[in-house]
Design a protein around this ligand. Structure first.
Ligand SMILES: CC(C)(COP(=O)(O)OP(=O)(O)OC[C@H]1O[C@@H](n2cnc3c(N)ncnc32)[C@H](O)[C@@H]1OP(=O)(O)O)[C@@H](O)C(=O)NCCC(=O)NCCS
Length: 143
């Protein structure tokens, strides 16, 4: 059975491990501790027999900003990411939004499939692996 819950301190190591395998800019343990002192920042984990991924976001008033969603490579494309989004939608926030690199086609497809719409473009917002600045696509979901 799939379970989604806020992470605990004992999950830190695993979450950081997943994050380091997937992203270039990663959190460190100290940052995780700092994040937890901010009441608006949340990290949820998704697990079946083991943790397969996580999602971090800010929840402020009636809006949610997704910071990251990461599913362990070998578990991708099995619906775990979509399950996290489905759970987030249950919070019934007015708006869920995020920014993603225009190079991350996989993630863009993922968000579009989950009902997000393109709302804008931030030119040259991210630095890509090759050092070139790439655009960020702004996506949003409203109920
Ligand atoms: C993007 C990500 C979170 C999606 O999670 P996931 O559990 O693999 O997604 P799902 O299984 O729910 O897939 C839903 C849809 O996403 C898209 N998608 C997922 N993986 C894809 C891939 N490898 N190539 C193209 N589209 C893909 C597809 O539209 C897919 O629907 P389909 O299988 O019916 O075609 C996951 O691939 C990931 O962790 N990527 C690396 C980190 C990242 O880029 N995160 C997002 C930016 S913060």
């Amino acid at each position: 059975m799939i379970k989604i819950n806020p992470i605990k301190k004992s999950d830190y190591f695993k979450i950081l491990q997943i994050e380091q395998n997937l992203f270039k800019n990663t959190m460190i343990k100290k940052e995780l501790n700092n994040f937890f002192s901010q009441s608006s920042f949340r990290i949820w984990k998704i697990e079946e027999d083991k943790i397969t991924g996580y999602m971090s976001f800010y929840q402020v008033m009636d809006e949610v900003e997704i910071i990251k969603i990461g599913i362990i490579k070998s578990y991708q494309r099995n619906g775990y990411g979509s399950s996290l989004i489905k759970e987030l939608k249950k919070l019934n926030m007015k708006k869920i939004f995020l920014e993603v690199s225009t190079e991350n086609v996989k993630a863009i497809n993922f968000y579009l499939k989950n009902g997000f719409k393109e709302i804008g473009l931030r030119k040259r917002y991210y630095k890509s692996k090759s050092g070139i600045k790439v655009d960020a696509l702004r996506l949003s979901f409203t109920h």
